[in-house]
Design a protein around this ligand. Structure first.
Ligand code: 1CP
Length: 354
């Protein structure tokens, strides 16, 4: 069934819309007081993510508060490696940590594709529950980490500044890394297809760390496996196209290659010039992005001006094809009232381009 507000899906398909749709990466998160309240009740991040009622509650919070044009499943990219038995937990002040990082040939050999109706059943239950609660108000985005970005956390065992353990494996034993990536590509495709079957109406692949690879390595260790995922994705569900978005932080150098990967839209980080990006990808894909998340710390007039800069940068040639977003996740300390200013500015100002 079509959502009542289908502007986001139409923009991804590059169809005409009345205004530019907007959602924000990490829109349900710690900058929202109502999120912090639910999270306190849930006790922990995983307690929140693994309980479909809580996950539904926090997914809807930014929709109710701001009138965004898409909801994103509340979960985390690290649920997949957790389901592979790596033992995820969140250490206060430190972020995610795995008990069993993948750092040996034996550990690589033990990796497997988790089953969507077993280990990851709670995610599919959350999708079903969120769709019901949304009642077709706006579309629901499913998501996963890219095979490479997941491998970064699996091998390192935690977040990192330079992912030295991962790169050491890449330079010493590229064959081992490729085995991890191969399992991850199958796991991600299975996971996203299960989310689509459960009701996700679009999907986004987060390649948060692809941009730290050298040219050549990005294509070999990241894009190749993202493409494998895209090749295996179900493209239609219940008679509706299910568009895919690939967001690569630091991927500005490879826009034309990402645009040719088989996705419907490319997510841009804030360093990319929107006008040039549009020229590079031509009419192959829609574009999503890309205001600097920290621009939300400026005064009202600056926020409006920065938002307009992105919309003017995309311009008015052709039909639609722009989804407004930040260039990365919204910062935890963002003043909540500034988000409303941004959403209203996008909805009002963009009408001149449609
Ligand atoms: O306790 C908390 O509330 C922790 C904060 C938090 C939140 C709100 C984490 C831990 N994950 C999430 C939810 C989340 N993560 C969502 C759904 C919410 C939404 O978008 O509204 C999504 C899409 C993610 C994706 C995610 N998790 C990415 C890719 C996107 C990106 O920001 O680059 C990554 C890299 C992660 C890993 C992760 N999970 C959490 C943290 C703190 C981190 C980063 C770890 C690090 O590298 O330092």
């Amino acid at each position: 069934m079509k959502p009542i507000n289908d502007c986001f899906l139409r923009a991804l398909k590059r169809e005409k819309t009345d205004f530019t749709p907007v959602w924000l990466m990490r829109q349900a998160g710690r900058y929202l007081p109502e999120y912090c309240e639910t999270r306190a009740r849930a006790g922990s991040f995983m307690g929140l993510a693994m309980n479909p009622d809580y996950a539904t509650e926090v997914t809807l919070q930014p929709i109710d508060r701001y009138g965004l044009d898409a909801a994103i499943l509340f979960s985390d990219i690290l649920t997949v490696p957790d389901a592979m038995g790596l033992g995820l937990h969140f250490v206060a002040g430190e972020g995610p940590v795995f008990d069993h990082p993948v750092q040996s040939e034996e550990a690589v050999a033990k990796l497997y594709v988790p089953e969507s109706d077993k280990e990851l059943r709670y995610v599919m239950d959350a999708v079903t529950s969120i769709r019901k609660a949304l009642n077709n108000r706006v579309p629901l985005i499913g998501f996963s980490g890219s095979p490479f970005t997941l491998a970064c956390y699996m091998i390192e065992g935690r977040g990192s500044r330079d992912f030295r353990t991962v790169k050491t494996m890449m330079y010493q034993r590229p064959d081992l890394l490729e085995r991890v990536l191969d399992v991850n590509a199958k796991a991600v495709a299975t996971y996203l297809n299960a989310q689509i079957a459960a009701g996700a109406q679009a999907v986004q692949i987060f390649d948060t760390w692809g941009g730290m690879l050298a040219d050549g390595d990005f294509q070999r260790f990241s894009l190749r496996y993202t493409r494998q995922v895209l090749d295996s994705l179900v493209r239609e569900n219940e008679g509706e196209v299910v568009p895919s978005i690939v967001f690569t932080k630091g991927g500005g150098e490879w826009l034309s290659e990402i645009a040719a990967s088989g996705c419907n839209a490319v997510g841009l980080d804030w360093t990319v010039n929107m006008t040039r990006a549009r020229r590079v990808v031509e009419d192959k894909v829609a574009l999503q992005g890309n205001m600097d998340p920290l621009a939300l710390f400026g005064p009202e007039e600056t926020i409006r001006a920065e938002a307009r800069k992105v919309m003017d940068g995309f311009g008015m040639i052709g039909n639609g094809g722009h989804v407004f977003n930040l260039g990365h996740g919204i910062n935890q300390f963002t003043p909540i009232e500034n988000v409303q200013i941004l959403v209203d500015e996008v909805h009002e100002y963009s009408r001149r381009y449609h």
